[in-house]
Design a protein around this ligand. Sequence first.
Ligand code: NAP
Length: 311
Amino acid sequence: MKPVILFAGGVTRWPHWEGPLRAALHDAQIDADLVTTAAPETVDYILYAPGGDTPPDFTPFTRCKAVLSLWAGVERIVGNPTLTQPLCRMVDPGLTQGMVEYVTGHVLRAHLGIDALLSSQNGRWNPVVPPLASERPVAMLGLGALGTACAKALAGLGFPVLGWSRRARDVSGIACLHGDAGLRAALRQAQIVVTLLPSTPETENTLNAETLSLLPRGAALINPGRGTLIDDDALLAALASGRVGHATLDVFRVEPLPPDHPFWAHPRITVTPHVAADTRPSSAAHALAENIRRSLAGEALLHVVDRTAGY
Ligand code: NAP
């Protein structure tokens, strides 16, 4: 019997995914029924992205072997008590490349002082030469699929990169730190901080009044991770005191960011609307097909979420 793959990524996404998914399943030599509706007890795999206000009930999917997330961040599904099947998160070259481009672009923007240069077209010749990248330490909070790729790209440009993760890591060219002391050491040195941590109870408010106070004065902050990583009020206070010179924020506690939120009008905050790295169906479909192929062949799934750790 053909495996049944249920696309539960939302009706608006289906037209963008159908073609790439069918092509990727064909390439992986998987003969399956790819559907958007099915009797739950007939479904073998669920391709999932959050949508709507009601958490899904996975209980009736008694035959389902894995739920494959279309997104890298799984905080909206990882704690779902009805989900008993393995949950795999999205790791895909298109997503990673998008994040590398976003992070590299915004780090260079902060490093070169591009905003100040653009706003100084006033006839005054004021040559302020930026330091070289080698003189600008960057902290990368999170050394996962995305953080590691971004850290390596920045190190390749010459930035000294301090990486921070939950467990001890060894990434060539990156000063790897972990634990509370590691976070503090990274923040004390970092003139630019990038947050690429998942949203979990442990990472909530990683950047708060106390940790932000460790930063060198005028440090730049770039958050493409999740809104929960930063205490919003503490960030506004750190901007007011000058501890943080500028913040570029892609993700927020409430999305879309409400129109009356103080971040919008703040002169030293750049808001980007959760666009740092999108999941591209053309490449991500292959990641999904590979996991289905593995499951069908009895091989271990890739990128299985650790429910206890929450990512
Ligand atoms: P990942 O591979 O799971 O890596 C997560 C990293 O965070 C790991 O290095 C992990 O440490 C570290 N970490 C987790 N909990 C920690 C803790 N309590 N203390 C210190 N470090 C901790 O995730 P990823 O694929 O790189 O993605 C990271 C996040 O980016 C996603 O969860 C998502 O929220 C966000 N994202 C945003 C966008 C966007 O468009 N803005 C797009 C995609 C993803 P270990 O290495 O020790 O496990």
